[in-house]
Design a binder for this molecule. Structure first.
Ligand SMILES: NC(=O)c1ccc[n+]([C@@H]2O[C@H](COP(=O)([O-])OP(=O)(O)OC[C@H]3O[C@@H](n4cnc5c(N)ncnc54)[C@H](OP(=O)(O)O)[C@@H]3O)[C@@H](O)[C@H]2O)c1
Length: 339
């Protein structure tokens, strides 16, 4: 099949609320040495995309740019010197930008071959949530089999992945923190042993009470926290002796503070994760991460979260529905540039 000379992509021309952005036609780029040209098949929509487009993220790309992290797709051309990939290879990319387009160029070091068992949509739905949760559990929290884990925001991408991965990694007890009880129904089948209801009043105390009631009267060893705000305040108090809490994000809206004497009094650790930096600084750890995630998937120990797909041209509706929390599961943009 002849490769298309042009492609469509969402171009952000200025940051703002709303940003100046539209779907535009542009030339398909050529891959350079060590690079792959990937036709996007499924690109996840993430909160960080909105923050970046509005100029409110800590990293600002040079304008104009195409949003969209870590899409899955098929290799349609390879640059000189590429060895591990060929035209037709199915890949998950670790691209920082470019997913909201029909094609993008990535370094071969930033791509993973997809197992045959994983569809593009499944890979796109797992992208960013699973690697963030994996690194949080394995490297930041140093989870040991037999320990207990509380995953906050468990109906979301990172929290849901943390529930499944903690179970697959051998956690003895996995608690799921959800914004309302109706969000818990599907999580039991994915490995959750109990629900922590974040809609209860006075979370500072009521979160700890719920954890103790579900965990033999003790705090948990590990908390994965993509929420911040009141859930964080409660979760710090719900850590057991030598417990570790990993700060992932602030989906609840408030960046919380903590009195450091509390860390000393309870022998607890707080750490944070920035997955983009892990990709740049420790690519070999990300290799291990995806090897294990793919192998867990093959064994049936983790599954991709449900996803709702939008064609690329409906990118604005996709972002609106995502931000309004109207969609259950992941939001994916799909494209089908031939190649
Ligand atoms: N540090 C990193 O490297 C990294 C990587 C990935 C993500 N993140 C950040 O982590 C956060 C979560 O990401 P995600 O991809 O998991 O997002 P997501 O899929 O949109 O899920 C967000 C979760 O937060 C919950 N939530 C939102 N507001 C809440 C509130 N006020 N109280 C309780 N729960 C609330 C949602 O519950 P409902 O189901 O009820 O809506 C959902 O479970 C974001 O801030 C994102 O930017 C950071």
């Amino acid at each position: 099949m002849t490769r298309s000379a042009t492609m469509r992509a969402v171009q952000v021309r200025s940051f703002g609320f709303p940003p100046e952005a539209s779907l535009e036609e542009r030339a398909v780029p050529e891959p350079g040495p060590g690079q792959l040209l990937v036709a996007v098949r499924a690109a996840p929509v993430n909160y960080v995309d909105l923050l970046t487009m509005r100029g409110r993220y800590q990293f600002k790309p040079a304008l104009p740019y195409v949003p969209g992290k870590c899409p899955a797709g098929v290799v349609i051309a390879v640059g000189p010197g590429v060895e591990g990939f060929r035209v037709g290879s199915r890949v998950l990319t670790m691209a920082e930008y470019g997913g909201y387009g029909e094609a993008l160029v990535v370094s071969e070091r930033s791509a993973y071959l997809l197992p045959d068992t994983l569809s593009f949509s499944e890979a796109g739905a797992m992208s960013l949530g699973f690697d963030t949760a994996w690194v949080s559990l394995r490297d930041r929290a140093r989870l040991v089999p037999g320990e207990s884990v509380l995953a906050l925001g468990a109906s979301g991408a990172v929290g849901g992945a943390a529930v499944q991965l903690a179970r697959a990694m051998g956690a003895a007890r996995v608690l799921a923190g959800v914004s309302s009880p109706d969000r818990y129904a599907d999580l039991e089948a994915l490995g959750a042993d109990g629900m922590v209801d974040l809609s209860r009043p006075e979370l500072r105390e009521s979160l700890r009470e719920q954890v103790y009631a579900l965990n033999d009267g003790q705090g948990v060893d590990v908390v994965i926290d993509p929420l911040g705000g009141d859930p964080f305040d409660g979760a710090v108090r719900a850590l057991g002796w030598r417990g570790r809490l990993v700060v992932v994000g602030f989906a609840a809206g408030r960046i919380p503070s903590v009195a450091t004497n509390y860390l000393l009094l309870k022998n607890i650790e707080l750490s944070g994760i920035q997955i983009s930096d892990y990709r740049k600084q420790m690519p070999e750890l990300l290799d291990e991460c995806y090897r294990e995630i793919f192998s867990f998937h093959l064994d049936g120990r983790v599954v991709a979260p449900p996803a709702v797909t939008y064609p690329l041209e409906a990118w604005q509706s996709a972002l609106e529905d995502f931000e309004a929390r109207r969609v259950k599961g992941r939001v994916l943009l799909t494209a089908d540039l031939p190649g």
